[in-house]
Design a protein around this ligand. Sequence first.
Ligand code: ATP
Length: 404
Amino acid sequence: MFGSKGKTRQKQADAIVKALGSPPWLESVSVDETGRAVLVIEADPADTAVAEALRMDAEGKAGLVPGIKTVSTVLTAERKQGAAPAHTHNHAPAGSKGRTELLNLTPSPRRVQKGARLSDEAMQQGAPQRQQGSVAKIPGISRILVVASAKGGVGKSTVSVNLAAALAKTGMKVGLLDADIYGPSIPTMLGTQGAEPKGSANKKLVPVEAHGMKTLSIGYLSDPDAPMIWRGPIVMSAITQMLNDAEWGTPEDPLDVLVIDTPPGTGDAQLTIAQKVPVTAALIVTTPQEVALADVRRGAAMFTKTAVPVIGLVETMSYFQDPAGNKHYLMGHGGGKRMADALGLPLLAEVPMLQAIREGGDTGVPAAIGDEETAKAFHELARKVAIGLDTLETKAPPEIVFED
Ligand SMILES: Nc1ncnc2c1ncn2[C@@H]1O[C@H](COP(=O)(O)OP(=O)(O)OP(=O)(O)O)[C@@H](O)[C@H]1O
């Protein structure tokens, strides 16, 4: 029935169905020879928000199946009673002429049927969603990794600082940009409070050097005793300045990676960064509690929507190990793994709750450059992140285009 290529495509389609958990709303999956998957999702046209959420989630998961290069979705009205159940195919099913036409008419990117819509934030901004590669790269920066979390206080800045320090320790040229407008904590974590980035001869900001990294923080640019209300445009101009008008590297000698610590949540600031900054990939930080799942899902969906690949999840404060070596799962056990599985993302690290990590943050010497045992989790994470970023460079990004 199928040739060997056809069999591969069928396997990929089956893998997508499996990755999505064979849901009843998935009418069909097809994969063509270029690695483009088309998902046909049945949704209630009256509930566009649900349809949109299903689509984003499904596309994110499908995009992670090996061999899949782009994912497009066709949203259809709900199946009438007695219609065929969900199945996979490499060709439009015989006898479903309307659907065949629909699939054949969509060599291009994702089509959103009338009724489906973008998020409220995107609508408010009135801007088309970003397509990967559409934001110009910054000369002097090879890759940008954003570290995000759905909620505040989960240990995102701690992961950002230690990951950046661990990457720098491997010999990579690393930058760390603190874009956390609500609580720029990176100067404290690096022991650079009060630093004032100087201007260079060619009127660029010179990043502050700390622990083998180049760093800039919104905290260096604002008075910590005079908290200001940061609004979208101001945030973006500060971040844009720190990104584009700073001496991170040169086109001949660029940074290998710039880690950006973003503000927690999925509001305007995060969406703007994902859309306007040439982000290579995102990393999501969470704690083990189950309650955060919906928030994390929303965060992952935001990146999917803006065509930013998420390379994985990091669970932090996973457990406390007593002096006898017993592990105590104070915040629950396995939440990060379950969440990663539910989102179809790899869990890249489970960082323990350690006094040395907290103290490292408070004293300005990241634990990742400290003693071997404490630093281990971050070094392992850095290794996986470096591999993840390299892998992305050889894989075509998902293709996303919205219809008017
Ligand atoms: N693995 C860990 N072990 C011990 N303490 C930790 C760990 N991770 C984070 N902490 C501590 O928890 C507190 C919050 O961490 P952090 O500031 O990194 O969170 P955040 O998510 O960046 O917060 P915010 O939302 O304010 O940006 C800090 O005091 C930090 O030292």
